[in-house]
Design a protein around this ligand. Structure first.
Ligand SMILES: *Cc1c(COP(=O)(O)O)cnc(C)c1O
Length: 353
């Protein structure tokens, strides 16, 4: 049975990270939706998030929410719905994030057809320029959707740092709160939820600076990687090795560090630079960019360093080459893009420990 390469997930560590963050947020009145997309909503891990006290399970993909149906918390669709999938959105998601009035109207019709109430969070653009209405357009949109049958406007939300790297700050968070207060008053709405964002918001919570009124966050990365996402810093008391990647050495030789011959671009159109450091022990691990991102792998053995990867070959340098043999396994901590690639690659075996 083929066993390598593989991603190992530690259920206990994931549970610990989740409950730690849930508790930290709870002290300031913030509920946490557990985001499952980075591990393809693996049910054992999602179950651990539920045990740790998340208020919802959230994912960008309907296939994943469908797989989570049996777990006893509401399901939240993070990516704006595709107009072609609205029947499934109402069927599998209790809540969805939205910014298009036409889509919300169609969700209303679909909810009525299915005899359900579908809850929505209206996304507001705070500057990262991914999804959301410009704040000035929010009142008009709210007036267009508050009386739609089958739709419950449960709150407003925002998402930062994902595309352009714009950070959550006291100012832009406060702007979101003020918009919610204005909408509540102007339209006599309860609008109970202000869902400020993702893991990049956590630093404000941990620093005690998150403005009053923000009461919901959607957290994935910080749970799976043990780091907040604004500055990439370790969060106190969290594990940074919930997931580890293992691959098998298929070649181990001493080679020059400087390539031999005229250098053009590699397979990926990149022009790597090289420094001549003489001959070093180099190993090839049987994994590649279909499975991992070489810049998002941290060898557990400090004497190992990643050189690069092509589609199916991961090359590492070994400071102590004599300690390894062909057939040995190397273990790496993973960053976000290796976690995404590894969980999605059908060549990578997944193992829960
Ligand atoms: C992915 C996503 C999140 C979670 O982001 P993390 O950085 O993994 O915490 C939250 N909200 C939306 C809309 C997302 O797409």
């Amino acid at each position: 049975m083929l066993n390598n390469p593989r991603l190992l997930a530690d259920r206990r560590k994931l549970l610990h990270n989740t409950s730690n963050i849930v508790q930290q947020c709870q002290t300031t009145g913030i509920k946490v939706a557990g985001v499952t997309k980075s591990f393809c909503a693996h049910s054992v891990l999602a179950q651990a998030m539920v045990e740790a006290g998340v208020s919802e399970l959230a994912d960008s993909r309907l296939e994943n929410l469908q797989a989570l149906q049996s777990l006893p918390v509401p399901k939240m669709l993070l990516r704006l719905p595709q107009p072609s999938e609205l029947a499934q959105v109402v069927q599998y998601a209790n809540i969805s994030l939205n910014s298009e009035v036409s889509t919300i109207r169609r969700l209303s019709r679909e909810a009525k057809t299915q005899g359900k109430v579908h809850r929505i969070i209206l996304m507001v653009e705070l500057g990262d320029l991914r999804e959301g209405l410009l704040p000035d357009d929010a009142p008009k949109v709210v007036s267009q959707i508050i009386s739609l049958p089958g739709i419950e406007l449960m709150g407003i939300g925002s998402n930062l740092t994902c595309l352009s790297g714009v950070l959550p700050t006291v100012d832009n968070m406060q702007q979101l709160v003020e918009l919610a207060l204005y909408l509540r008053q102007r339209y006599c709405l309860e609008l109970p939820v202000i869902s400020a964002g993702n893991s990049s918001c956590l630093y404000l919570v941990y620093d005690g600076k998150m403005p009053q009124g923000i009461n919901h966050l959607r957290i994935g990365k910080a749970i799976t990687l043990g780091r907040e996402a604004a500055f990439g810093l370790r969060l106190p008391g969290l594990h940074d090795d919930v997931f580890t990647f293992q691959g098998e050495i298929i070649e181990l030789k001493e080679k020059p560090t400087l390539p031999i011959g005229r250098i053009g671009s590699n397979t990926f159109g990149e022009k790597p630079a090289f420094v001549d450091r003489g001959r070093r022990a180099r190993a090839i691990v049987a994994a590649g960019r279909q499975d991992i991102d070489p810049q998002s792998l941290l060898p557990v053995d400090e004497e190992v360093s990643v050189v690069g990867a092509s589609s199916d070959h991961l090359v590492v340098e070994l400071a102590a080459g004599e300690r390894y043999r062909v057939g040995d396994e190397l273990t790496f901590k993973v960053g976000y893009s290796t976690l995404l690639a590894g969980m999605t690659s059908r060549y990578v075996k997944k193992e829960i420990v």
